[in-house]
Design a protein around this ligand. Structure first.
Ligand code: SF4
Ligand code: SF4
Length: 182
């Protein structure tokens, strides 16, 4: 009783349980079944809150943050210089990378003298906060408007460069246009 009074004082929503014996109508449940069916029936004429995904999709909010993309410059070179700022900024410790030095003759592949030989994001850890995008000084990573596709194994949610890099605008222009939904 004391606890009940305390709760009432705290939330002002507590109610004493009604322990009245059930009436005849309540005991045969007919009225309650009828009420339930009426509620179900009334929903037939209401606008459906669900959609037929994936054939239909909803419009994203302008601030939606989806799957990460590793960017290239206009000449198709990887922008990431493996500085590690995105990994440091990541609150979920979802980003791992290994840096390597660009070799002579690789200037057409990597924009800077250092690049990410391995770059991985664990999508199961990621909370899609966008801090990696904000921390990047090279405009090398951004969050797109794409969902992370579903999968069956935990390993398949670790995205490497093969999943993250955008198609090369010089050599894979058609793939890039497709990826951008053009
Ligand atoms: S979006 Fe946030 S949680 Fe995900 S990798 Fe970037 S910084 Fe980490
Ligand atoms: S994505 Fe940007 S912040 Fe992260 S390592 Fe590459 S250049 Fe640095």
């Amino acid at each position: 009783m004391q606890t009940f009074q305390k709760m009432q004082a705290l939330t002002n929503r507590a109610k004493a349980v009604d322990r009245k014996p059930m009436t005849f109508l309540e005991r045969i449940y007919l009225w309650n079944i009828l009420k339930g069916m009426l509620i179900t029936f009334s929903h037939i004429f209401k606008k459906k809150p669900t959609i037929r995904f994936p054939e239909q999709t909803r419009t994203f909010s302008p601030v939606f943050r989806g799957l990460h993309v590793l960017n290239r410059d206009e000449e198709g070179r990887e922008r990431c210089t493996a500085c590690g700022l995105c990994a440091v900024a990541c609150p979920a410790e979802a980003i791992t990378m290994e840096a390597a030095e660009r070799l002579p003759g690789e200037e057409n592949l990597y924009r800077e003298e250092k690049y990410a030989a391995r770059y991985e994001i664990n999508m199961l850890r990621c909370i899609f906060c966008g801090l990696c995008e904000e921390a990047c000084p090279k405009d090398a990573i951004y969050l797109s408007e794409t969902f992370t596709p579903t999968n069956f194994t935990r390993e398949s949610f670790i995205y490497g460069k093969d999943n993250l890099l955008i198609p090369n605008p010089k050599t894979e222009a058609a793939d890039l246009a497709k990826a951008k939904g053009m």
